[in-house]
Design a protein around this ligand. Sequence first.
Ligand SMILES: [Fe+2]
Ligand SMILES: [Fe+2]
Length: 412
Amino acid sequence: MASAVCLVECMGALKYGCSSMAAGLLPPTPFFHGAKLGPANLGRSHKVSMTTTVPPKAKEVGKSKIHFQPHEVQEQVTHSMPPEKVEIFNSLEDWAENNILIHLKSVEKSWQPQDFLPDPSSEGFIDEVKELRERSLELPDDYLVCLVGDMITEEALPTYQTMLNTLDGVRDETGASPTSWATWTRMWTAEENRHGDLLNKYLYLCGRVDMRQIEKTIQYLVGFGMDPRTENSPYLGFLYTSFQERATFISHGNTARFAKGCGDLKLAQICGTIAADEKRHETAYTKIVEKLFEIDPDTTMLAFEDMMRKKVSMPAHLMYDGQDDNLFEHFSAVAQRLGVYTARDYADILEFLVKRWNVEKIEDLSSKGRKAQDYVCRLAPRIRRLDERAQERAKQGQTCAFSWIFNKDVLL
Ligand SMILES: [Fe+2]
Ligand SMILES: [Fe+2]
């Protein structure tokens, strides 16, 4: 997980004018979804609360102002999955051990960041660092913005482990629970932890970026958290992670290709190696959803519809550097322009998942389930059409100063 990158509505909001992507398809915020959209929440009571802070809200603490809350208006729905559904995940315990944990790699066979970086204990360290810095001179500023945004997203990993542990029926109840679900979450986190570590060290050594500003952004982002709107439901949660792992696979794959094009083969290898991890994670999460479609097709279909109607928010959507209130949108716009992650990718991921789960062919659905099926199967072309229209309306020539690269201007 932990994609860099933008998402359809964010890119639309920034670059193309807010209404573009949203019109008729993606509901604008604030949008009170709690009463109707939970996958299996009919007749159930669940808590709905609301955060109302635009832009980042500062509170007076002693003499200093501290930003405590993200700059988003969002309704928060909790525990929308009926309690009896927890049994489904308990019953899948052995299945997860045999089918999901096999997608983890042992620590002894795993790559480590040090495999790709100059060895500080070697005599050649300084020369290797010099070479790294020379290679990085070929990387343009807009590419660096994308790479930094990807790195910051990876570095907010504590938030993603927290998110997985919000999910009813699969959370790690103790912090060292032996269940398959909890084991997966911890081992997945441990694998992911290398991603931000490696990118962070590379960017530190290259000397092209303002590390202090980047570190501030990471601290803000971890402090703000994220709101994927998964409502403590593992149905929504695993749909979300399926989508996100693929998004990160695409994004890191594109930064790898771009680095190769700039002649930095080591960086290309770094990004490509991370992308390969994301692909493996995608395989595991999509397998879980495939199983849910098999044993509980109606709930899973309604959850899929719910997730797509709400839009899949990006993990770093609350990023802030202490200066730019629209930092995520600006970062997303650069990623879109460079082709690192685009609105078209969003539609492609949706289409990929629809095919991966054979959604069109799923039977045994209620009438609501069939409507949900129809909605998700037709959605990708609609998103693409909206994207094309938005691109036509896009304002060209806007720039933004990014603190991550010493306030240099970058074309959006
Ligand atoms: Fe991942
Ligand atoms: Fe990652």
